[in-house]
Design a protein around this ligand. Structure first.
Ligand SMILES: [Zn+2]
Length: 193
């Protein structure tokens, strides 16, 4: 026994450092592996799914001719105001008086007028989505509280939006998703008609 103890002590004196080092490295590798495995299996709370809406709008006009596209940050020239600005909407050119349709079943939440955007109709279609129609003609045929069905007439195209007067009669269409303006083309399929 005594011999064994001495041999062991000698052995440890000679190789102890290396054994310790090897053990440290082994522990480190184990920790790193476990952390990596943990990361791979535990769902990341910060993960935000790509917005792939299943909601599909009907076209707001029988014929859709895009006049101005949606731009969140990119500036577009507004010849009426002589400024470069973002345009968080899509503009569709159409003749004065062209019928404008509800893109989905929903409830009219607001019918208002303001000088810059003209006559405005807001349509809540559920799912946190509100569709805003602007530059509509006077005598809007719907009022707040009305429920409308997809394809029903909610107004007519005009040039009442004074901030876009140089663009002529057109529909200025906005889509609010949880109160943030998003590209209406996320929900529109303009190739359909
Ligand atoms: Zn516009």
């Amino acid at each position: 026994m005594q011999v064994n103890k001495i041999t062991f002590t000698k052995f440890m004196k000679k190789y102890g450092y290396w054994i310790g080092l090897a053990l440290s490295i082994a522990v480190l590798i184990t920790v790193i592996t476990l952390t990596a495995v943990g990361r791979a299996t535990v769902p990341d709370d910060d993960f935000e799914p790509v917005d792939t809406p299943t909601i599909s709008f009907a076209n707001p006009l029988t014929e859709v001719t895009t006049l101005k596209t949606f731009s969140n940050t990119a500036l577009q020239y507004n010849s009426t105001l002589n400024v470069w600005q973002s345009h968080k909407a899509v503009d569709f050119a159409a003749e004065e008086g062209t019928e404008v349709y509800a893109v989905m079943d929903g409830t009219i939440t607001e019918v208002t007028y303001n000088y810059l955007m003209g006559n405005i109709v807001k349509l809540d279609v559920g799912g946190g989505i509100t569709v805003v129609y602007a530059s509509l003609a006077n005598d809007v045929p719907v009022k707040a509280g009305d429920t409308v069905t997809k394809g029903s007439v909610i107004g007519q195209v005009s040039d009442t939006a004074k901030s876009e007067a140089n663009d002529g009669p057109h529909l200025h269409l906005e889509v609010l998703l949880d109160n943030e303006l998003v590209d209406p083309n996320l929900y529109l399929d303009l190739s359909e008609k």
